[in-house]
Design a protein around this ligand. Structure first.
Ligand SMILES: Nc1ncnc2c1ncn2[C@@H]1O[C@H](COP(=O)(O)OP(=O)(O)OP(=O)(O)O)[C@@H](O)[C@H]1O
Ligand SMILES: [Mg+2]
Length: 135
């Protein structure tokens, strides 16, 4: 089934010059870019995006991190796009993520793990609505 999913190339991806590398992986896999924007967000936007995590102990440093500089946010489209993107992204902790995945190849961190991908159709719809209300 064709799906849309929200992807964020977090500030570490921009700072490290990995935007092209990461987007190329999604494109080469066969996903289409339905929206793409370079943006810097404030804490309020971070709280909206990470609504399910705001009470977690790891959230305050995550909030600081995602607001620390520009990021690139995209909507990717394709067959089973949500699961496909999660597979390409790899496990949350870059040290444990499998080689071949974005995090497994390029991250050594649990927080600065380069990418976000929606985790369900409900999350994708909610997140696309927050980031791209006109899409
Ligand atoms: N234990 C932790 N310590 C530090 N940061 C964490 C931790 N767990 C999660 N994070 C940060 O919070 C983000 C959201 O956590 P979540 O559990 O949703 O992971 P995920 O679904 O793999 O990643 P994402 O939602 O960004 O795609 C992670 O991507 C990471 O940046
Ligand atoms: Mg998540």
């Amino acid at each position: 089934m064709t799906q849309r999913t929200l992807v964020i190339l977090k500030p570490d991806a921009v700072r490290r010059g990995l935007v092209g590398n990461i987007l190329a992986r999604y494109e080469a896999k066969g996903l289409a870019i339905a929206a793409l924007e370079h943006r810097t967000i404030d804490g309020e936007m971070a709280d909206r995006h990470y609504a399910e995590h705001v009470e977690r102990d790891f959230y305050p440093p995550l909030r600081t991190f995602v607001t620390s500089g520009p990021l690139v946010v995209a909507v990717l489209e394709g067959d089973e796009a949500i699961e496909v993107v999660r597979g390409l992204n790899g496990a949350t902790d870059g040290r444990k993520a499998a080689p071949g995945t974005i995090r497994g190849d390029l991250s050594m961190s649990n927080r600065e793990n380069l990418v976000h991908g929606s985790d369900s159709p409900e999350s994708a719809e909610r997140e696309i609505g927050i980031w791209f209300p006109n899409l």
